[in-house]
Design a protein around this ligand. Structure first.
Ligand SMILES: Nc1nc2c(ncn2[C@@H]2O[C@H](COP(=O)(O)OP(=O)(O)OP(=O)(O)O)[C@@H](O)[C@H]2O)c(=O)[nH]1
Ligand SMILES: [Mg+2]
Length: 648
């Protein structure tokens, strides 16, 4: 009988298994690749040139599964000329395997690689003292002391230091155990976030087509998923996913991942590009960041050019320092980096900077705002904003972002600038709206406006309405559209609507159809104006459909022309009178009677109506008949059909 809990057991197994990326680091020839082979059985060097020269040139990969932990190894070259390749591999690692040959001890790239790991924010690792078979115990003890001294105060201060030999196999079990312990102690990458895979290789595979590989730094990916390729924004379909040399249903964050893509040639994909969840992200050429200079570097001047490495991407950046105009060795500062190429970056992403020439690693940092605006002298609030991005809680960050976006912050903008998932954004927005720190001016699509700018919009609306009443005492209110237009493009429609509704809810404004007025506003007509207004209405009311001209009616009044025109406007706005053509105005009741006549005609005689019959029915001449019929067409009461009308 099948075990009823078999499924559950499998489920808990899959939760227990953890995927961890281990990156090697260390000087050339210190035995990194040999050690990876000794641990996994796979020699990571792939290229013919690597085999011929006996050195690693580009990244190599290998896998090991140990007690429920899936290790993906990224083996890097130690040669100083290939540090940029090393950087593409180091970007996604969880654990560093720092390799130091016992017969040589610490060398320049030991230091450079270790500096890079520190700048990338790697928090755990293991040190392997390789080639232990080549030295005696005294020498080993000496190297151990030297290494301990070097690592003091760093994240590897308490890390295990394991003497190993790839040649004899000594120490390998101990090293595996040390790696396993470290793997279980790190938090691991988050599979629940948006999918992001910085690409380190792209090639064509016979029978498959285009395959790209990389370290899956966030989210998960499976066959049939749609992905977006950055830069460029091309949408692609995933045909299949491999990890650890096997086809799998889904790859999750923390795994070395190969993705088989449909719809693109492998030549169009390069290292440095990124695959990500579609429709969420934007590439950037300007970032705001916390930049740290290594103690060993020279001071860095404002506007210096550097090599910039993030994820698997590499470009050139110009550095603008926000504070002091020079950054001293060992110091950090808020900085703006203008990139030569488009790169997909997210807040919290680490990057490395290398001196322009001669090239060596001088520092690195963390991205705070991946879609930063060009720095301007007027933008005095930028540094405190960046400090909020650096240390603030999610809601504090969102409030600060909304406050700095006068026009309002749309959902897509929030995602692209933060990488947060939808629920995180909605929760933060709602909690801020509840505590009145910002206003949700539209829920779907979500648009947020900072408290201050929303308040300003409300004030401006109030002022405009007041001014309108002052300048137009005979007018009942300002048309919504005119009011909105008077605010210019600084207030988006959603903000305008929300502010109007709020002001109406507080009984500060009255909304009447398309009209906005100060709450309780009555047009105060003078007695002679009220009388004249009645006279106008009566003149048209009495005329039925054979209306007099506007000029004629207004000309007979005792008030002067300008006021008479205003009074006519009031009647038109109240819809007591209706303008049918530029010259002709009718009373509402006369038009209502005409519509009733048409309905009765349709019942009695059918829907078709000629112009002569219409003239007779309404008792009017052609001068009125044609504009009235055109008016009825516009009102969808009739429709023109050749020479006739169809009553609808
Ligand atoms: N005796 C001895 N030789 C070793 C050991 N590990 C590596 N070697 C030798 O040292 C040389 C360099 O080893 P690699 O593993 O290629 O060194 P690497 O650190 O990967 O070098 P790069 O990738 O070029 O930086 C090779 O000839 C290895 O056979 C070891 O434990 N004992
Ligand atoms: Mg190697």
């Amino acid at each position: 009988m099948p075990c009823p809990y078999a499924g559950e057991q499998q489920f808990s197994m899959s939760i227990q298994s953890k995927s961890v990326i281990v990156g090697t680091a260390g000087h050339i020839d210190h035995g990194k690749s040999a050690l990876v082979e000794a641990l996994t059985g796979t020699h990571p060097d792939r290229l013919a040139e690597e085999k011929r020269r006996g050195i690693t040139i580009d990244l190599g990969f290998a896998f090991l599964e140990e007690n429920g932990v899936k290790f993906g190894f990224v083996d890097v070259p130690g040669h100083e000329r290939f540090v940029s390749n090393m950087l593409a591999g180091a970007a996604g690692i969880d654990l560093v395997l720092l390799v130091i040959a016992a017969d040589e001890s610490i060398k320049p790239q030991t230091r450079e690689h270790f500096d890079i790991c520190r700048l990338l924010g790697v928090t755990r690792g293991v040190v392997a003292l390789t080639k232990s078979d080549l030295v005696d115990a005294d020498m080993l003890g000496l190297v151990r002391l030297e290494v301990e001294e070097y690592l003091r105060g760093s994240f590897l201060e308490r890390a295990p230091l394991v003497p190993v030999s790839a040649k004899t196999g000594a120490g390998l079990d101990e090293l595996k155990m040390a790696l396993h312990t470290a793997a279980t102690e790190i938090p691991g990458k988050d599979a629940a976030r948006h999918f992001r895979l910085p690409i380190d290789r792209a090639f064509a595979m016979k029978g498959f087509g285009t395959v790209v590989t990389g370290t899956l730094i966030s989210g998960s990916i499976g066959a049939e998923d749609e992905v977006e390729l950055f830069p460029g924004g091309k949408r692609l379909r995933v045909r299949g996913v491999h990890s650890g040399g096997k086809s799998i249903e889904r790859a999750i964050a923390g795994q070395r991942t190969a993705v088989n893509l449909a719809g693109i040639d492998h030549d169009a994909v390069k290292r440095g590009m990124t695959l990500a969840t579609p429709g969420r992200f934007r590439t950037t050429r300007r970032i705001d960041a916390r930049l740290t200079l290594l103690p060993s570097a020279r001071k860095l001047k404002h506007r210096a050019r550097v090599h910039f490495h993030a994820g698997t991407a590499e470009t050139i950046a110009e550095v603008f320092l926000y504070g002091e105009r020079v950054l001293s060795p060992g110091q950090s500062a808020l900085a703006h980096l203008r990139l030569q190429d488009e790169v997909l970056l997210q807040p919290g992403d680490r990057f490395i900077v290398r001196q322009f020439s001669p090239v060596f690693t001088i520092g690195g940092g963390v991205v705070l705002d991946p879609l930063a605006r060009r720095p301007t002298l007027r933008d005095a609030g930028r540094t405190s904003f960046l400090e909020t991005l650096e240390t603030g809680r999610r809601d504090e960050v969102l409030a600060a972002m909304a406050e700095r976006t006068l026009l309002g912050l749309a959902f897509e903008e929030i995602v692209a600038r933060t990488g947060w998932v939808d629920l995180e954004i909605r929760e933060a927005a709602q909690s801020l709206a509840r505590s009145n720190k910002l206003k949700i001016v539209s829920a779907e699509p979500l648009i947020l406006v900072g408290r201050k700018s929303f308040q300003e919009s409300r004030l401006k609306i109030g002022e405009r309405v007041e001014r309108f009443h002052k300048e137009n005492p005979l007018s009942p209110g300002i048309a919504r559209e005119d009011l909105r237009a008077s605010l210019g493009r600084r207030v988006r429609p959603e903000t305008f609507r929300a502010a109007l509704e709020e002001l109406a809810g507080e009984k500060k404004l009255d909304l009447q159809g398309e009209l906005v007025k100060r709450a309780g506003t009555q047009i105060a007509l003078l007695p002679e104006e009220a009388k004249a207004k009645e006279e106008i209405e009566r003149a048209f009311g009495d005329a039925g459909l054979a209306v007099p001209s506007v000029k004629e009616v207004l000309g007979k009044l005792s008030v002067e022309a300008r006021r008479a025109e205003k009074l006519l406007q009031i009647l038109l706005r109240e819809k007591s009178l209706i303008r049918v053509s530029p010259e002709l105005v009718f009373h509402r009741d006369a038009l209502a009677r005409l519509k009733e006549q048409l309905i009765a005609y349709k019942k009695a005689k059918g829907e078709r109506l000629s112009v002569p019959v219409f003239k007779e029915l309404a008792g009017i001449s052609r001068k009125y008949a044609i504009p009235l019929l055109e008016y009825l067409d516009r009102e969808r009461m009739t429709r023109r059909a050749g020479d006739e009308r169809v009553i609808l």
